[in-house]
Design a protein around this ligand. Structure first.
Ligand SMILES: [Zn+2]
Length: 341
């Protein structure tokens, strides 16, 4: 990894901040997202879980009966890279410590997105092998039973206050990775990686645009400038006049177009421009809102909801898909952001 001196300084500062259990007041850390309608891995929509995960001892966690303070630095696994790409795996955590209560808030989803932690690691490895630059990687190690890293703080923690520093540290790490991109090369992309179990086996790319918006014609999308109110708002501004809204969302050079060309079904994409009426579709979640450019800043965000079979079911399929997605992301960053590895 060849970081500039400035970037290395930022990375060191970030690492210290995370290790030092960054605790920020809830009121400061919580953003108001009430105006957005978004969806990611909502109830009943994740994949079969397979065999239940065995309880796994959590390193650095007090045993039951000790004062309920948790080490915020333990549960988000964070590595910073020099590529302008951040991969987040919020629902692939395997740790289920006994001293953290299960979330039981009303309508809370507690089912993991199976194998997405491993998939995220393979994407990062493949991207580095291809480009020589490693993406930043933020993994929530806790099972979704205990903590949801794609929700606002109350739902994320199930109201269990000792988890709040974990939430704060995880999002602070993503913020720091975004700042690192802001230092060099200035623009980049967050991918929030999930898994779905919808009826149609395809990758669902979420830009915070509803299915009904995506069902509009290309000319209407372009006339409305729909991408200007999406999670790739900054990219739309950068490419204004050069690439239309529809092309950015579902043209051959869109992320869906590149994924489709690599052999995987995706929506939106050139051959599947929008979910049909009645089809389930996730258009983005908390992370896509908070860490994408709709909320400001230099990084766009796209939520990728992966179907199970052929994509993340077996180690071989994960490895193959990770390689294809890493190649698509490298092309996307080169073509749309002008990134040169
Ligand atoms: Zn998910």
């Amino acid at each position: 990894m060849r970081l500039s001196a400035v970037a290395r300084a930022v990375a060191r500062a970030v690492a210290r901040a995370v290790v030092a259990r960054v605790v920020v007041a809830r009121a400061v850390a919580t953003l108001a997202f009430g105006s957005f309608a978004f969806a990611a891995c909502s109830s009943g929509s994740t994949e079969p879980t397979g065999t239940p995960k065995a309880d796994t001892p959590a390193p650095g966690v007090p045993s039951p009966g000790t004062p309920q303070t948790l080490d915020a630095a333990v549960y988000p696994e964070v590595t910073f890279g020099a590529a302008p790409l951040i991969i987040i795996a919020p629902h692939g955590g395997l740790l289920v410590p006994d001293n953290i209560p299960d979330r039981n808030c009303a309508e809370c989803v507690t089912v993991n997105d199976a194998n997405t932690q491993d998939l995220a690691r393979q994407i990062v490895d493949s991207f580095q092998a291809r480009t020589g630059k490693r993406p930043s990687l933020v993994i929530n190690l806790l099972s979704r039973r205990k903590f949801d890293a794609n929700r606002e703080i109350v739902e994320a923690t199930g109201g269990y206050a000792p988890l709040e520093p974990v939430w704060t540290a995880l999002h602070a790490a993503i913020d720091s990775a975004r700042k690192l991109i802001g230092v060099s090369p200035g623009r980049g992309l967050v991918i929030d990686l999930h898994g779905h179990a919808h009826a149609v086996p395809r990758l669902e790319l979420g830009y915070l645009l509803s299915a009904s918006t995506l069902r509009l014609s290309d000319s209407t999308l372009d006339a409305q400038g729909s991408v200007a109110v999406s999670s790739i708002k900054q990219l739309a501004a950068d490419r204004a006049g050069a690439v239309s809204s529809a092309a950015l969302l579902r043209g051959p050079a869109s992320l869906g177009g590149l994924i489709r060309a690599a052999g995987y079904a995706a929506v939106p994409a050139p051959d599947d421009p929008a979910p049909l009426v009645g089809e389930s579709y996730f258009n983005g979640g908390y992370n896509t809102v908070r860490h994408g450019s709709l909320s400001g800043g230099a990084t766009d965000a796209i939520q990728i909801e992966c179907n199970f079979a052929g994509v993340r079911d077996t180690a071989a399929n994960r490895g193959q898909f990770a390689g294809k997605l890493a190649a698509a992301l490298a092309t996307y960053l080169s073509d749309q952001y002008g990134w040169v590895p």
